[in-house]
Design a protein around this ligand. Structure first.
Ligand code: TXA
Ligand code: MG
Length: 338
């Protein structure tokens, strides 16, 4: 097996990554949300390599990344009015907009759908790479399918070593959870996947913001997912996670009654329950800190060999909704409400 190269984010390394992308290869690259597994979005063979490296089902579409607004035009047949407003307000940044796709976008990139998700990232390394390539870059999160998304080059290396030629190291992803994914319906915005750009933020664009029921619910058997990614198992560490939706006092009582020597308490800050004597792992005391640390924490649970985890429940508004959405999937929807 060959070893995947970790490149620094200086100019010559960026050029090396760009040359690989131009020759149809897949490169791990930083963005402000999570690391992506990038390839030329318009090159079918290159995109096929992304699916192979991740072990991703072919019907799960990829997000196409651009660095200038005019790169959208060849990709779509129509730009909804609301999309212009959202771009003005939130791009470059962690927002993906679903639009009707043109024939120029290969079917493999859009997972066979007649729409395409487009995002303009704000991370300066991602922007430099797309600019130098001159073509849009398809990039899913750079984890193996089903694993927590990567927020460091090391996470990408753990999942992708020997599967891709190189990873560009751009530091710890600032946001930490993937972009907000939205679609448009007449005067409404539908949130298919919550992220740093919150429902509250989007209400500044239109009061009509719908949170798709797939965000908090488990898709029923046979139901068609508006966002195909929502039907797959996600973010799952080996540990069995249960979310405890309660006050701190009730959480502590639950832990005292139900934890054993193998239990890890996933809490906001050490003094939430350290005195109870169980292993604890903290994932941050504010919503944005939890978003920043969630995936690293989920990977850390595997590193310490955690078997059973009781997680405190994040807030369900603002960016907290994005954290809750990911944690719910990591916990296979096991929630104890007290
Ligand atoms: O922040 C992000 O969005 C990261 C970075 C790398 O940009 N990318 C990312 O990609 O999270 P991925 O492939 O892991 O997740 C994309 C999600 C999936 O749930 C997919 O089903 C959905 O977006 N999606 C993509 N295109 C879509 C489309 N045309 N219609 C509906 N959902 C779509
Ligand atoms: Mg993903």
């Amino acid at each position: 097996m060959f070893e995947t190269k970790i490149l620094s984010a200086d100019e010559s390394s960026i050029n090396e990554a760009v040359n690989l992308l131009k020759s149809g290869e897949v490169v791990g690259m930083p963005t402000e949300t999570v690391y992506g597994l990038g390839a030329d979005a318009m090159n079918e063979n290159a995109v096929r390599k992304i699916f192979a490296a991740k072990g991703r089902p072919a019907d799960n579409p990829l997000i196409v990344h651009i660095s200038r607004f005019d790169m959208i035009e060849p990709l779509v047949t129509e730009i909804p009015e609301l999309a212009y407003k959202c771009a003005e307000e939130f791009w470059p940044g962690p927002l993906t907009m679903i639009m009707p796709k043109s024939d120029a976008v290969p079917e493999i990139t859009s997972g066979g759908l007649d729409s395409v998700g487009i995002r303009m990232p704000s991370h300066k390394v991602a922007r430099a790479i797309i600019n130098k390539c001159g073509f849009p870059i398809a990039a899913p999160s750079a984890n193996l399918s089903g694993s927590p998304s990567p927020t460091t080059a090391g996470h990408v290396f753990n999942d992708m070593n020997g599967r891709i030629p190189a990873i560009v190291d751009g530091g710890f992803s600032a946001v930490g959870v993937e972009s907000t994914v939205i679609s448009f319906e007449k005067d409404a915005i539908r949130i298919l996947r919550p992220g740093f750009i919150s429902a509250e933020d989007l209400k500044e664009i239109t009061p009509d913001v719908i949170i798709d029921k797939g965000v908090l619910g488990k898709l029923e058997n046979g139901a068609v997912a508006r966002s195909p990614g929502m039907k797959y198992k996600h973010y799952a560490p080996k540990a069995d996670i249960t979310i405890i939706d309660s006050s701190l006092g009730a959480y502590r009582t639950y832990v005292k009654e139900h934890a054993d020597k193998d239990t890890v308490c996933m809490v906001f800050k050490t003094d939430d329950c350290e005195d109870l004597g169980f292993k604890t792992i903290c994932y941050g005391s504010s919503d944005s800190e939890q978003a920043h640390l969630l995936f690293d924490t989920l990977r850390e649970l595997d590193n310490i060999g955690a078997k059973k985890v009781f997680a405190r429940c994040p807030n369900k508004d603002g960016i907290g909704l994005a954290v809750y959405n990911r944690l719910l999937r990591a916990a296979a929807f096991q929630v104890v409400k007290l």
